[in-house]
Design a protein around this ligand. Structure first.
Ligand code: ATP
Length: 372
């Protein structure tokens, strides 16, 4: 059981109806959220949705306008930043340029008055954990971007905080290094048993590293769940669209019973049938089937049953991405639907080319019916 699936589990970090205003502007809007100990938690959302403000309140750099923040059951509103067992690592790293790697890591420990021998031991441990031993005597300008990032990380965990807040920690790294570093971050978090709360723009990164993700919009959380649940069962069109690629087929609910949902649209000839039985809507309501491109089957052959879950159109564009190809199919009503096919499949089947007439079909459990 993950703690967030266990109703008796105690939250480690709790945002309790927190609002943050800057003048008239509401940056965080009556938000409640629980994060559990040792969780790797991501805040994801478009620029300006309030992610950084949430982190800054947890670190103590900003005060909530309303509501409370609890850490391990204690209200930390009155606790200054340096007394919170919380540290924040910034995207800019903010390393001291005149100090060596060791000096940077030791800085906070010295300020805390730690004994010299203990500092040396702790610095060595941090150098080992972040694989920085060969660079201990270098200064930041003598390091690569990835090494500087690790120094910032080593420095931010040197005091052994219970919670580490990371604001776009990998934003300055190139793609390959970023992917490697994601796994290093996960290993480090496991080894130290820390709780990580990370802010990122990069949805793939959030999917890779997180136990759970909160998708935010305009200061509110729209959905909190594991990466797989967010991807497979987004709760709204906003979430479906924000995470990964998605097709929407829109219509109105025609029937809703134990057999699932039927959606009819004036624009599409078929009836959309989904096996989902928990749709919170009534017959006649607007609905969208959200379906991921890899769940959309594409074929040159007309299927036997074209009355349900079947649309046809012409191949408008083909994106070759190495491992997969993405087919953009223009339907008769002008909408473009994407279908992703692995290139392994493409090799053994009849190749589908530009302007080909194709049929797209999907199983009843392939998509999610959304009503907002
Ligand atoms: P990004 O991904 O671009 O960093 P974000 O989701 O982290 O965005 P925040 O930095 O939390 O967003 O900002 C949320 C909103 O609050 C923004 O519209 C921002 O302009 C505003 N804001 C943040 N700090 C202040 C401040 N000190 N004074 C006024 N407005 C602020």
């Amino acid at each position: 059981f993950a703690p967030w699936e266990d109703p008796s589990a105690k939250a480690f970090i709790r945002f309790d109806n927190v609002t943050k205003r800057f003048g008239d502007f509401v940056a965080v809007d009556n938000l409640s959220l629980d994060v559990y100990e040792r969780e790797f938690f991501s805040l994801l959302g478009p620029s300006g949705c309030g992610k950084t403000t949430l982190l800054r309140m947890l670190a103590g750099f900003e005060k909530p306008s309303e509501g409370r923040i609890l850490l391990d059951g204690q209200d930390i509103s009155g606790v200054p930043p340096h007394r919170r067992p919380v540290n924040m690592m910034f995207q800019s790293y903010a390393l001291f340029p005149h100090m060596t790697v060791e000096g940077n890591i030791a800085f906070g420990l010295k300020q805390d008055g730690m004994a010299k021998a203990d500092i040396a031991a702790r610095v060595n441990e941090m150098l080992r954990l972040t694989k920085l031993e060969p660079f201990a005597k270098r200064k930041p300008h003598q390091l690569s971007g990835g090494q500087r990032q690790r120094v910032a990380l080593a420095r931010s965990i040197a005091k052994r905080p219970k919670v580490l807040l990371l604001d776009e920690p990998l934003g300055a790294l190139d793609r390959k290094l970023r992917e490697e570093t994601q796994f290093e971050l996960m290993d480090l978090q496991q080894e130290l048993g820390l709780t990580f709360v990370i802010v990122t723009h990069d949805q793939e990164e959030a999917m890779t590293v997180s136990d759970r993700i909160a998708v935010m919009d305009h200061g509110k959380i729209i959905q909190v769940a594991s990466p797989a649940v967010i991807y497979e069962f987004p709760s709204t069109r906003y979430v479906a669209d924000f995470i990964g690629d998605v097709n929407f087929l829109s219509g109105k609910i025609a029937a809703l019973d134990d057999a699932g949902v039927r959606i009819r649209s004036d624009e599409i000839a078929c009836t959309i049938v989904a096996s989902q039985d928990d749709v919170d809507a009534t017959v006649g309501a607007d609905a969208w089937l959200a379906i991921r491109p890899e769940k959309m089957r594409i074929s040159l052959d007309e299927p036997a049953d074209t009355a349900t879950n079947c649309v046809s159109g012409e191949v408008w564009d083909i994106g070759y991405l190495g491992d997969v190809s993405v087919y953009h199919v223009k339907l008769d009503n002008g909408n473009v639907i994407k279908s992703t096919v692995t290139n392994q499949t493409r090799l053994v089947e009849r190749p589908i080319g530009w302007d080909d007439k194709v049929w797209l079909t999907w199983p009843r459990d392939a998509g999610v019916v959304l009503t907002t």
